[in-house]
Design a protein around this ligand. Structure first.
Ligand SMILES: NC(=O)c1ccc[n+]([C@@H]2O[C@H](COP(=O)([O-])OP(=O)(O)OC[C@H]3O[C@@H](n4cnc5c(N)ncnc54)[C@H](OP(=O)(O)O)[C@@H]3O)[C@@H](O)[C@H]2O)c1
Length: 229
């Protein structure tokens, strides 16, 4: 049985990815944060959650080591932890930038680094980082300065990981959603047309495809999951 780590498994995207990979017969290990309200409704013998604050590098490293000790191989990792903040340049101070950097970049790096090192060692693995369309082209980040800057680094990190992993069959992809159709987005944008947004389930299916044998030869993918938004 193959093993997948999903960070932020209680989130919209995290839950969709967990359900997809459980259907595909993976062992799923998902991270939740301390004092996370129980909003997960997944009950499956192949699903386990571990409480980890991914803002803490030592905790993240310890968590990944525990997974390696128990399961030996990490086949796939989908790192979904992140958040969002609005703000023009006038409204964004360095503390705001550092806050988004911590939430979007540091939580990703803390998990990605030990997972990447293990995958290079085992000469196999697929890592999916979560960027955003805003992180690809800064014109989409107007009015969301701190968020856009933090997400832009996710793409640079993937490039560096793919460069270091050349020849090891370890590939890092970046998922770049436009707007995900979530209850929170529907509430905060009541006048928008959610049918144009991308469904978390569709992103999960795309991720699954890129982790399969059919996608074995693909390198350095940026998955622009925009739908019609
Ligand atoms: N939603 C969109 O429209 C959209 C668009 C483009 C990109 N994205 C990106 O896609 C990803 C997933 O989005 P989503 O809508 O699924 O977000 P979400 O529902 O808010 O999920 C994020 C998850 O990360 C967890 N988390 C937060 N801080 C953490 C920490 N320090 N340590 C460990 N876990 C932590 C959250 O736990 P709690 O819920 O308990 O806080 C939650 O489970 C994010 O990176 C987001 O930036 C989203």
């Amino acid at each position: 049985m193959k093993t997948i780590i999903i960070t932020g498994v209680s989130g919209n995207l995290g839950q969709a990815v967990a359900k997809k990979f459980l259907r595909e017969n993976f062992k799923v290990i998902g991270t939740v944060i301390p004092n996370d309200p129980a909003k997960l409704n997944i009950s499956d013998a192949n699903f386990e959650t571990v409480t980890v604050d991914l803002m803490n590098e030592d905790e993240a490293e310890k968590f990944v080591q525990q997974v390696i000790d128990k399961h030996k191989i990490i086949d796939v990792a989908v790192l979904t932890v992140g958040g969002f903040a609005m703000g023009t340049i006038a409204e964004t101070k360095m503390t705001d930038i550092l806050k988004q950097h911590k939430l979007n970049f540091q939580t990703t790096y803390h998990a990605a680094r030990p997972i990447f090192l293990q995958m290079v060692k085992q000469e196999n693995g697929r890592i999916f980082l979560t960027g955003a369309r805003t992180g690809i082209d800064m014109r989409y980040s107007k009015g969301m300065i701190a968020y856009g800057l933090s997400k832009s680094l996710i793409f640079r990190l993937a490039e560096l990981m793919n460069e270091e992993a050349k020849g090891h069959n370890v590939v890092t992809s970046v998922i770049a959603p436009s707007t995900i159709d979530t209850p929170q987005n529907r509430k905060s944008m009541p006048d928008a047309d959610p049918s144009k947004w991308v469904k978390a389930e569709d992103i999960a299916s795309t991720i699954y495809f890129y982790s399969t044998e059919q996608a074995l030869a693909i390198r350095e993918p940026v998955l622009k999951v925009y739908n019609n938004a």
